[in-house]
Design a protein around this ligand. Structure first.
Ligand SMILES: [Zn+2]
Length: 417
């Protein structure tokens, strides 16, 4: 099917122009001038976009919790995928702290296969660094190697795994951590460290030091302090292969919001909402390029679990609006830079060169947004089962109108569902 998205503002990490986008067979075929005649390019279908709307590459999520398998009361692959599509995400890395833990490549492949059959998003499950996330044995990573089994043979090409992560735990034992990092490096995989235990600043410094020793690509999840971000900045300056993400809630909210929401209940998250000085340091990191990506750490919980102090926020359906309002409407960055933080850079971190930009030959995973629509966040309208949003009731500016996965419509907020 040849589809022409007509006369719309096209924005990605390197372009911001009015034009048309031609899609064929699920891939972007060409960016064409405004006013292109659909007949002249053989379009079988055209998509008209509302005045002022913007077509971007779909967002790429480096860090979400889909709770599947094991916690269907919090989220499932189905509800998480619907939430992702509604938030404009076309690709998601889901974390391994499920039940059972994702330490088996067959489990990861099953999740990714189910996601592909459903057709809403592409899923790249993170596998745990140690078996059962018990912090003792990274031997399960050996099973990821291709046939032949040499120590530096990369991960089997058929496995949908790009990231390894112990999630909030990080491996306590240095020797085990180092062994896991070396195995990951041999497999060509990136390790995402959450640096939640023992204090974020110290945990970040430790992860950077061990990854340097193991020569392993490191990604620091949800950086939230000025000191931790500075450690990333210095490691990058020294030439180490390290990237980092920040979360929308740490960019927008502070400890004052946590207190207002209830620091032990609805306002609880790991790492916690920080000081205004830390928040401003994260924004500075976005401006100077230290921050590579924005990732939600989407962590859905039931109302009862959240009231009992379960940490985390549901985030997929508010990320774009929160970041657009905080970063773009304030004049700090343009939509193009936001696109690099939410699409191009996370795709690059995952080693996925087939997405994240509006370029010929890449996947037609697209999101159409109205950057000017203002609305109060209403968690009861979320597709996610998690209603634990710290932005509940807050007025944000920027709405996801529609999402396309491989050129197919997977979400349309304008139609009745
Ligand atoms: Zn997380």
């Amino acid at each position: 099917m040849r589809i022409l998205f007509r006369d719309v503002r096209l924005v990605d990490a390197s372009c911001d122009t009015i034009g048309c986008l031609l899609v064929d067979g699920g891939l972007i075929e060409a960016l064409l001038p405004e006013g292109t005649d659909p007949l002249s390019v053989g379009a079988e279908r055209t998509v008209a976009s509302p005045r002022g709307s913007v077509l971007l590459p779909a967002f790429v999520e480096l860090h979400a919790h889909f709770r599947d398998p094991g916690f269907p009361e919090k989220e499932t692959l189905e509800s998480g995928s619907l939430a992702a599509a509604a938030g404009g995400y076309g690709t998601v890395v889901c974390m391994a702290n499920t039940k059972p833990v994702l330490d088996d490549p067959a489990l990861a492949r099953d999740l990714a296969d189910r996601a592909r059959e459903r057709g809403l998003i592409d899923l790249f499950p993170a596998l745990s660094l140690t078996r059962g996330m018990e912090g003792r044995d990274p031997g399960h990573l050996e099973a990821l190697r291709g046939a032949g089994g040499g120590a530096d043979l990369p991960i089997r090409a058929d496995l949908p795994v790009r990231i390894l992560s112990e999630d909030g735990r990080d491996v306590a034992d240095d020797a085990v951590f180092l062994k896991a990092l070396r195995l990951a490096a041999g497999l060509g995989l990136t390790v995402s460290c959450h640096c939640d235990s023992g204090g974020e600043d110290a945990a970040t410094a430790r992860a950077i030091a061990l990854a340097a020793e193991a020569k392993c690509r490191l990604h620091i999840a949800h950086v939230s302090t000025a000191v931790a971000l500075d450690a990333v900045r210095r490691a990058k300056a020294a030439g180490q292969a390290v990237t980092c993400e920040v979360s929308p809630h740490h960019l927008v909210l502070t400890e004052a919001d946590a207190a207002r929401l209830g620091s032990d209940g609805p306002g609880r998250v790991n790492p916690p909402l920080r000081s205004e000085a830390d928040r401003l340091a994260l924004i500075k990191g976005i401006l100077d390029g230290t921050v590579d990506a924005i990732a939600t750490d989407h962590a859905p919980h039931t109302a009862a679990d959240k009231a009992a102090g379960a940490p985390g926020f549901t985030g997929l359906e508010t990320a774009f609006a929160a970041c657009k309002t905080e970063l773009v409407d304030s004049g700090l960055i343009g939509l193009s830079r936001l696109s690099s933080l939410m699409s191009a850079n996370p795709a690059r971190i995952l080693g996925l060169s087939d997405r994240g930009r509006l370029e010929a030959g890449t996947r037609a995973d697209l999101v159409l947004v109205d950057p000017f629509a203002s609305y109060a966040v209403d968690p009861s309208a979320f597709r996610s089962k998690g209603r634990n949003s710290p932005f509940s009731g807050r007025v944000l500016r920027g709405r996801v109108l529609a999402a396309y996965h491989g050129g197919e419509s997977v979400h349309d907020s304008r139609s009745v569902t």
